[in-house]
Design a protein. Structure first.
Length: 256
């Protein structure tokens, strides 16, 4: 199931916004600072990952196809003072290439032909989460608009429920169950919630406002960061009710 909240213009706008936010978060910071939410990464690795991801995506937009990639290089400019401009330039180029032909498709060896907008959306939400990593590391304020945070959760659930996902990450098959349900209930009245069902043959989900066997309720920003494993449930402005073990099991098997 895919329930896209954001249009292509908003995706492009938010990509530039969060790339700029990340650039601001790392400006002046020690490049060798460890990133607590990305074990074994430094700020240099984090910046390199996002800058290279944007350039990688722009390259396969131009080519119309991409190989199966499980890890991208994390090379960033040597001088940290060059990072902000380098990050913004990569995002700007990616958006320009997309907007030159927004209806194009991109071939993927496992997923088949997919709209370029799907990949732009993937780049947005990778950037949103890594912007949070940068902000949490350097102690600057992190904000994400409710529509962007909600779309991030929707996009993530769509990826996890893809048939090809368990081929790339076999432990995702362990999320299948006997009909147990996990509910995410945003506190923002304008944002519908999500109900995930651990079916025997697949992960299923829907947009719905009802409690599950486990329910986590709070600001959609915090729901996104908990499910992206950037905030522990007890450290977020969220309340967990029901079977907490279901949430812990889910988080342990969706770590990337």
């Amino acid at each position: 199931m895919d329930d896209t909240v954001l249009g292509a213009h908003r995706i492009a706008e938010a990509l530039r916004e969060h790339t700029g936010g990340m650039a601001g978060a790392v400006a002046g910071a020690d490049p060798d600072t460890a990133v607590p939410t990305c074990p074994d990464w430094t700020l240099r690795d984090l910046v390199g990952h996002i800058g290279q991801a944007h350039r990688w995506a722009a390259g396969f937009f131009r080519a119309g196809e991409t190989d199966l990639v499980t890890e991208l290089p994390r090379a960033a400019p040597d001088a940290p003072e060059d990072w902000p401009g380098w990050l913004r330039a990569g995002a700007d180029d990616l958006v320009r290439v997309f907007e030159a032909d927004p209806d194009r498709t991109v071939a993927h060896p496992l997923m088949g032909p997919r709209p370029a907008a799907m990949w732009l959306r993937r780049m947005l939400h990778d950037t949103v989460v890594h912007h949070a990593d940068a902000a949490l590391t350097t102690g600057v304020r992190y904000e994400v608009a409710p529509d962007v945070a909600a779309d991030g959760i929707t996009e993530w659930l769509g990826l996890l429920s893809e048939p090809a996902a368990a081929e790339l990450q076999p432990r995702l098959a362990e999320l299948r169950g006997r009909g147990e349900t996990l509910s995410l209930r945003p506190s923002e009245p304008s944002v519908p919630g999500w109900v995930i069902t651990r079916a025997p043959d697949a992960i299923r989900w829907e947009r719905a406002d009802r409690d599950g066997d486990m329910t986590i309720a709070g600001p959609v920003r915090d729901l996104l960061l908990v499910f992206a494993r950037r905030l522990p449930p007890d450290g977020a402005e969220a309340k967990v009710t029901g079977d907490r073990a279901l949430l812990d099991h889910w988080l342990a098997r969706t770590a990337f």
